[in-house]
Structure formats: C-alpha cells, structure tokens
Design a protein around this ligand. Structure first.
Ligand code: ATP
Length: 291
C-alpha cells in the first residue's frame, strides 16, 4: 500500500506579530522565519511521519534543494517532483498573531505548472490498494483522481482553499472530501443536496473533528485534545495526512480520527507547518497519556 500525494510545495515565510494588520495598517514583525509548507508538502510529511509509504507528486523551481532534502528526511519519495526552469517554487507569506491565528498569502509558482504528460508515468503506477491525496493548490487534480479511481484506489480530496469549480470537477472521482468548518459551510451552501462521495471529514479547530459516512448516514465525532495551541498553520493537513495514513494501514474510522486528533494536537503546540508535524511514536505516546 502506498500513498501518492499530488500536492503543493511551498516555502513559508512566517512573520510573528502582536496582531494581524488591518487594511492600511503597517506593523513590525517580532520575528521572521522560513519553513517548509504548502498543503501538499504538509500532508506528505504527515503521512510519512505516520508511517505510510509516501510518494510526493509536484513541482518546484530548480533551486531550493533544502526543500527536497527536508521532504526526503521525513521518508518521502521525492524522485517524481518536477524541477522547472525559470519558475519560482511556490511560497506563502504567513502572518501569525500572538493567539496563534493566521492570515496567509500564497504565490503558487511551480505548483500550478504540472502537466498530465509529465505525471502520466506516475499515474500508471497507482495500484488498487493505494491512496491518492489531492488538494486545491496544484493543477492536474482531475486527471490524477480519474487515474486513481480507474484502478480502484482511494481518493481523498482536501477541498482547500475552497473553489467550487474544481470541487464540482473532482468530486465525481473522489471517495472522501476533507475540509475545515468554513470550507464545509461553503460546500453545503453551494451543494445543499446529496454529495457523490463516500464520506466527509470535517475538522472543527479546537472543537475537534467529525467524519460523516454518507453511505450509512453515521457520523463519528472526535473531540480535540486539550493543549496550548501556539500556531495552527498546517493543523488541518496534519489531521488529513494522519487520517489517510491510518486508513491506509486498515484502521477503523474512530481509530483514524483519534490518531489524527492526537497528531494535530501536538502539531498546534509547535511553531511551523510541516516542521511541526509529530512522528508516529510521539503521537502514540501522547495518546497513551490521554483519558
Ligand atoms: P489551518 O488552515 O490552520 O492549517 P484548518 O482550518 O485546516 O487548519 P482546523 O479545523 O483548524 O484545520 O484544525 C484541524 C485539527 O487540528 C482539528 O480537527 C483538531 O484536531 C486540531 N486542532 C486545531 N486547533 C486545536 C486546538 N486549539 N487544540 C487542540 N487541537 C486543535
């Protein structure tokens, strides 16, 4: 079993501030740091650190080798990441306030310059027992989802950042939609009726998460673990990645939700996105101490 993740790779520039600026306001940052982020990279780091064999599909510029090195250090197969000439690696400006809330600007760069021709040989290697993760920060998601679905692999689509066009195009080829509460509200406003997927994973920040099995009508709820959150950037990706890895190894939905909530709880206690994602051993240790 392997997890293929067609996903964005971003370099995060993180500015720590007292408060997020209002329109027209200029403020000084207390600190600026650089880290590995992007919904795709975050989810690959999460699945790999959760113990799943993970192959990342994506694109970057020709520099920034440290990004590849850091993905590989998490155990991710990076051999299928395209390196594009005269194209910037995707990057994000992340403003982070003292309460851990954030505002984010993304420049997609290479993330949106993928082609089906370049990815086809990877699509051809997806096996029925594999999973494919996709999000909304690259292109070629429909092609990837069709290829995975054709062989019967599980397709998990994080509909984030929310865009109704891609959602409508991808949903017929997806098994599970993953989103946060705001994205779920937009989804239900746009599509009030039945959804053509097997399940919905909805993360609810400090309230926890739920999984709605649309085949049986059952909803599984998982409260968040009480921790002191300092930075929630990448919490949803940590949750989605751990959840996917747990399903990949055959966990039940309640077990997958608990593991993912433990991973996300630890992740929000640390600064950064990918760099803050815990290893499986840490999550297991953390969960053992919870009631
Ligand atoms: P982001 O966009 O900031 O990366 P998100 O909006 O996609 O995150 P959230 O729903 O905010 O995702 O959080 C994902 C998961 O992280 C939650 O379901 C929960 O398990 C965990 N989490 C988030 N905030 C907290 C918190 N304050 N305490 C404990 N766990 C948290």
């Amino acid at each position: 079993m392997a997890i293929w993740n067609l996903g964005s790779i971003n370099i995060d520039h993180i500015y720590r501030l007292d408060h997020l600026p209002d329109a027209g306001e200029t403020i000084s940052a207390q600190e600026v740091t650089q880290g590995l982020g992007g919904k795709g990279a975050n989810q690959s780091v999460a699945t790999a650190r959760a113990g799943a064999q993970t192959c990342h599909l994506g694109a970057m510029g020709t520099g920034d080798q440290w990004v590849i090195d850091r993905l590989a250090a998490s155990g991710i197969c990076t051999g299928n990441i395209l390196r594009l000439d005269r194209t910037a690696t995707g990057h994000a400006i992340i403003l982070l306030d003292a309460q851990g809330e954030n505002s984010i600007i993304i420049h997609p760069g290479a993330n949106r310059m993928l082609t089906k021709a370049a990815l086809q040989s990877c699509f051809d290697r997806i096996k029925p027992q594999d999973s494919l993760l996709i999000q909304n920060e690259t292109n070629c998601q429909v092609e990837a989802a069709k290829a995975a679905k054709r062989v019967g692999a599980r397709v998990i689509y994080s509909a984030a950042p929310f865009e109704i066009g891609p959602l409508r195009a991808i949903m017929p080829h997806a098994d599970i939609l993953a989103m946060n509460a705001g994205e779920a509200a937009q989804l239900f406003a746009e599509i009030p009726g039945d959804l053509p997927v097997e399940g919905l994973l909805i993360t609810l920040g400090g309230e926890g998460a739920e999984y709605r099995d649309l085949r049986t009508g059952q909803t599984y709820r998982q409260p968040a673990f009480p921790v002191r959150a300092v930075d929630t950037t990448g919490a949803g990706d940590t949750f989605a990645g751990y959840f996917a890895a747990a399903l990949d190894r055959g966990d039940t939905i309640p077990d997958a939700l608990r593991l993912a909530a433990g991973a996300a709880a630890l992740q929000v206690t640390r600064y950064g996105a990918s760099d803050a994602i815990p290893m499986l051993e840490e999550v297991v240790g953390f969960l053992a101490k919870q009631a």
